[in-house]
Design a protein around this ligand. Sequence first.
Ligand SMILES: Cc1cc2nc3c(=O)[nH]c(=O)nc-3n(C[C@H](O)[C@H](O)[C@H](O)COP(=O)(O)OP(=O)(O)OC[C@H]3O[C@@H](n4cnc5c(N)ncnc54)[C@H](O)[C@@H]3O)c2cc1C
Length: 375
Amino acid sequence: MPTYDCLIVGAGPAGIGMGSVLQDLGVRHFSILERADIGASFAMWPREVRMITPSFTSNAYGMMDLNAIALNTSPAYTLGTEHPSGEDYANYLHAVAAYKQLPVQCGIDVTGIEPVDSGGFEVQTQAGKLTAQTVIWAAGEFQYPDLGSFPGAEYGIHNSLVQEWKHIEGDDIVIVGGYESGADAAIHLAHLGKHVTIIDRKGHGLKKGSSDPSVELSPYTKDRLRQVEEGRIDWIGGYEVQWIEADEHERYLIYCEDAEGQSRMITTMAQPILATGFKGSLGIIESLFARDEQGKTRLTESDESTVTPGLFLTGPSVIHGQLLFCFIYKFRQRFGVIGDAIARRFELDRKILETYHKEGLLLDDLSCCGETCTC
Ligand SMILES: Cc1cc2nc3c(=O)[nH]c(=O)nc-3n(C[C@H](O)[C@H](O)[C@H](O)COP(=O)(O)OP(=O)(O)OC[C@H]3O[C@@H](n4cnc5c(N)ncnc54)[C@H](O)[C@@H]3O)c2cc1C
């Protein structure tokens, strides 16, 4: 069985972006293992959903399209739209994979990874075992929703499992979670003529004061909220759902509590929507990463596991201190950092990484991140 120099798990933006780096560096024997198809998570988005980060053909003036994941590419250029749908963005990822001639193997579901004593890894898949010197984990979060964040969560439907918002029944909808996914669901449902109550533990919708869209709603979402008819959306900030029950009248009873222990019950006839986020795919290889006391994954400066050398993490689960890399324009900046570590390991020419640095795909000095805007 041939041993790969590197196997990438997942062909979303993180996997296709990392594959492009390995191709540019001339890594000889690598492959991208994808359980479904390139961009599969995007293809699963509800049809009405659009990306919140805008795409623009700004590359020629040294500012890469915010949603681009590879040098010299731009979703705005390929798709001709500012806010791509999931299907649009999956098409862009297909275009990049074809342009870079990436070795993607679709239909390969990775079920585990075992470090091998002699070095490298055995990668277990439903189609058999593969071996690799290094592995880059890029399996993302979307296909691993958090379905059990409180008792009774099974009464709700997770937003990632909704195919079209128009299929949601009922006039009075409760959404648990008020960050981007919750706000997006509320906007679609409000435009369908429904009344929506958002239970928002952190008060994202009411917040002002952070320039980081990982903390506060994006300008695009705020614009869209302003277009919703007055009174269609009620925002309950600062309350956390404790549990959900169903009663004999086919009602859902949603019990919440605020930070002072004040409780409140919200009743609805419609199945609650859970916009409660994702557990993420790291559960498959949990033991191969260490976590700090707050549960955050520990990574080296090269986004390599601190306990499993040769295993790298890319994508929205990357975290360094307070810096969350949960948007494409953020996590793509670490592609070059992982590429650099792999190129050193295989003693490859790293000259192309100067271009990565210049284009914002190699950010190794994190002290420049997290700046707040003064106006
Ligand atoms: C509704 C919504 C809107 C969003 N809007 C934006 C936005 O506007 N801008 C932005 O920057 N971000 C946005 N995001 C976040 C963005 O989609 C994610 O950060 C991004 O998809 C992460 O990329 P990824 O490649 O890590 O994961 P994914 O896109 O989930 O790709 C992972 C790939 O791995 C495959 N895979 C999973 N498990 C396995 C396995 N075990 N074996 C093999 N293959 C596997 C999957 O099939 C998938 O193709 C949005 C997210 C959602 C849900």
